[in-house]
Design a protein around this ligand. Structure first.
Ligand code: ZN
Length: 246
């Protein structure tokens, strides 16, 4: 009898140990927050990362347009505010986002956020919803200002089919003419150095509290995004791996 009890106790301890170890090893779903100034290629890098990690990419801009187009309850509220020239309040943005996440089961897989959070309130409500059940990382994509200026001020667009070109990066075969339809190319009026510098200033001012918040939470990673999309993806994957090992 004594032996049986001892055996029972031993097995219990062993099972408890294995379960604890398994839970400890079990990876939490990953939530990636993409950040970066206009022109750094957040959308492109998000898509590349989405393919590499097989994680859904959620662009809140697209989500908004979809809700408005499909005339969902939240979409109607948002449209009314936008038509009046008002900002859509944080709680509506958050609700729209989490409806989308839960309806698609992304709360189980994890996801990449592009365009959210934009404010400190949004960041805090994201944290509240995620709790301790997720691995979080905020990627701050950085491109040298000179390079950003070169990217933006070199942009050319076809007047009739809207195909984008670039004076240096994607030059048209015939100068000033579209490769596809031979119409004239033009430069958007706000693709100038002055406008860009202004936009960067506004961006930096608005985003600073968010950057500080994530830096203080130890989940911010600065990503050198000057290279090709392959190189940038490599930098991103390295940072995510480091973050996991922390
Ligand atoms: Zn064209």
């Amino acid at each position: 009898m004594k032996n049986i009890l001892l055996l029972f106790a031993l097995v219990s301890v062993l099972l408890f140990g294995i379960t604890t170890y398994r839970n400890y090893k079990k990876e939490k779903p990953l939530v990636v927050i993409m950040m970066g100034a206009p022109g750094v290629g957040k959308g492109t890098h998000s898509l590349e990362l989405s393919k590499a990690l097989n994680l859904p990419h959620i662009s809140t801009g697209d989500l908004f347009r979809e809700n408005i187009k499909n005339e969902t309850e939240l979409g109607k509220i948002a449209k009314e505010l936008i038509d009046k020239g008002q900002l859509v309040p944080d709680n509506i943005v958050v609700e729209m986002l989490f409806n989308h996440i839960n309806n698609n089961g992304y709360n189980v897989t994890g996801y990449i956020l592009d365009g959210f959070p934009r404010t400190l309130i949004q960041a805090k409500s994201l944290d509240q919803r995620l709790g301790n059940n997720y691995n979080k990382i905020a990627l701050n994509l950085n491109v040298d200002e000179e390079k950003l200026i070169q990217r933006i001020t070199g942009r050319l667009i076809c007047k009739s089919c809207q195909t984008p070109f670039h004076k240096i990066n994607i030059p048209p075969k015939i100068e000033g003419k579209c490769d596809k339809c031979e119409s004239d190319l033009y430069q958007r009026e706000d693709d100038t150095k002055e406008v860009l510098k202004n936009r960067l200033e506004v961006y930096n001012k608005n985003t600073k509290p968010l950057i500080d918040y994530y830096r203080n939470n130890n989940i911010l990673k600065d990503i050198d995004s000057n290279g090709s999309k392959e190189v940038v993806l490599e930098n991103i994957l390295k940072s995510i791996k480091q973050n996991k090992n922390q």
